[in-house]
Design a protein around this ligand. Structure first.
Ligand SMILES: Cc1ncc(COP(=O)(O)O)c(C=O)c1O
Length: 394
């Protein structure tokens, strides 16, 4: 008897989690690993948010909440989205889930029929294709260009569309590239997608982590018509350093929100009541701390970029959002040996230099590595010293 469902046959475990785990295992064996692999801020959740969670416990907010989220959090999210995306939003358009990942999954489950195609620009965040497959859809990858800040263009979209295409995915700022979609390219892409009557899912989880005076543009703001076809995914994980709290949200057509609520009602029910209460404070109170965090990210990014580009065989663009750099390392892969790839290089760096990175292949970008700079300058320099030393042996 085949015990495991064939639904899982083509599903891969998350590569970022796998490399993070590998690094953690080596650490637990006593090895001094420098980890550039994790996708989370190294800052602590701001104290006023932590205190709000303590207060929620003291106030006895320990029971089920409505499945799709408390009215307080939905109201806070609707208000903040109306303010920042300049598109009115009410609570019927909001669903609270167990992190943005959960919201994305429920969205695909709610809108996809067997064989529906989802256009995913590559490089892409590792979970998108597997979530689409789990929901019965077919991921269709379209390679983007570094010089477009890795943004899908309207022309590329038009070429990739088939009668089965239902959704196009946009993720800016992007994981893994840190690329921020330029307004001119994004606007044409949104126009084209809506002209083709596609749904757009916009993963805006890194919206607030953006540098160099570059502006964030949401497809929801840019859409001139059919705004109900745009679904935004966001949450507290990255902006507020709250990855473990597991609160994310979706903003979109009430019909889709209601379908997602049905799925949630038969699976997870509500996200944690205490984390929801703390997230209300996160979303409604001052975000002053972000300026300091973002300037620290910029300093760290600049060290990484300068030092990586000084290494033979490494070329790295300067990203303007999120907290990842995405260097091209093809010459190093070649040096490693015939038939070697970026996964071998990341494994070699972990074993030889005791530095954890994530290979580009699971992001749909062979020949690249992803390094997170959400860690201290000391550790960044220590890790890069080690990589430099190790590369001398190649
Ligand atoms: C692009 C992208 N979307 C969504 C998520 C999921 O975020 P959450 O922690 O809210 O589930 C991540 C987390 O790494 C991400 O990088």
């Amino acid at each position: 008897m085949k015990k495991i469902s064939s639904r899982l046959d083509s599903i891969k475990p998350s590569a970022t989690l796998a490399f993070t785990q590998k690094a953690a295992d080596l650490k637990s064996q006593g090895l001094d690993i420098v980890a550039f692999s994790a996708g989370e801020p190294d800052f602590e959740t701001p104290l006023h948010i932590v205190n709000a969670a303590k207060k929620a416990l003291d106030d006895g907010l320990t029971r089920y909440t409505p499945v799709t989220g408390t009215i307080a959090l939905k109201t806070a999210v609707a208000q903040s989205s109306s303010d920042c995306r300049k598109v009115p939003c009410d609570t019927k358009q909001v669903i609270i889930g167990v992190g943005a990942k959960h919201v994305l999954y429920n969205y695909f489950m709610a809108v996809l029929d067997e064989g529906d195609e989802v256009i995913i620009p590559s490089p892409y965040w590792v979970s998108y294709p597997d979530q689409v497959c789990l929901a019965g859809g077919t991921p269709v990858f379209v390679e983007t260009r570094p010089e477009d800040n890795w943004t899908l263009t309207a022309e590329q979209l038009e070429k990739a569309v088939t009668p089965k295409t239902k959704v196009v995915l946009i993720n800016s700022p992007s994981n893994p590239t840190g690329g921020v979609a330029p307004k001119a390219i994004l606007e044409k892409l949104v126009d084209k997608a809506l002209e083709l009557d596609l749904l757009i899912i916009s993963d805006e989880i890194y919206r607030d982590i953006i540098y160099d005076g570059v502006e964030f543009h949401s497809p929801l703001t840019l859409a001139k018509e059919k705004k109900e076809n745009v679904f935004v995914v966001d949450g507290v994980s990255k902006t507020f350093a709250m990855t473990g709290w597991r609160i994310g949200w979706g903003i979109g057509d009430p019909a889709i929100i209601s379908a997602m609520g049905k799925i949630q009602g038969q699976s997870t029910s509500n996200a944690t009541s205490i984390a929801q209460a703390a997230s209300v404070i996160a979303v409604t109170k001052s975000m002053d701390f972000l300026d300091d965090w973002n300037s620290q990210y910029v300093e760290r990014r600049d060290i990484m970029i300068e030092r990586l580009n000084a290494m033979d065989g490494v070329t790295c663009r300067t990203p303007q959002g999120a907290f990842y750099v995405f260097p091209n390392v093809e010459p190093l892969v070649k040096k490693l040996g015939k038939d070697k790839n970026d996964v071998d290089l990341a494994t070699w760096l972990l074993e030889e230099a005791l530095v954890a990175t994530v290979p580009g292949t699971p992001f749909g970008a062979p020949g690249y590595l992803r390094l997170s700079y959400a860690t201290s300058k000391e550790l960044i320099n220590k890790g890069l010293d080690r990589i430099e030393e190790a590369l001398k042996k190649l």
